[in-house]
Design a protein around this ligand. Structure first.
Ligand code: ZN
Length: 133
């Protein structure tokens, strides 16, 4: 599903949101210098290239750091746990944590991506702890 941005163009990050609908966590790799990047950007921050390929993340990683957010942004429940996740591919992503209480949160815990379908049809990524049980 293509989203037409104000001015008529297709958003550069449309494929990312389309990927989430298919439960795929996608990121970019610069076609010229091979640098991986996420969040989605139209230009490589390292070499300035406008060419990229799309790759799918394993969705597996670990928590680098996290906060407990009390910001009342409807419709999300508050407080919510917001984590900076180190993905196995070597890129980082800010996301919500689910399936874990704040008391159990810690840096370096192993996490995997999950997908949250909101009432408005938007699908968001979120991460939950990898349980070994
Ligand atoms: Zn580059």
């Amino acid at each position: 599903m293509a989203y037409t941005a104000p001015g008529g163009g297709i958003r550069d990050d449309q494929f990312f949101w389309d990927g989430l609908r298919e439960h795929k966590l996608l990121f970019q790799q610069c076609s010229d210098c091979a640098t991986l990047r996420l969040p989605i950007e139209p230009m490589c921050g390292k070499c300035g290239s406008l060419e990229w390929d799309t790759l799918e993340s394993s969705g597996h990683g670990s928590v680098y750091t996290w906060i407990l957010s009390h910001h009342p942004n409807n419709p999300d429940e508050v407080p919510r746990i917001v984590a900076l996740v180190n993905l196995d591919e070597g890129i980082r992503l800010v996301s919500n944590m689910i399936g874990i209480e704040p008391d159990a949160m810690a840096n370096d815990i192993e996490v995997t991506v999950d997908y949250v379908e909101r009432d408005d049809g938007v699908v968001l990524h979120a991460f939950r702890p990898v349980t070994t049980a």
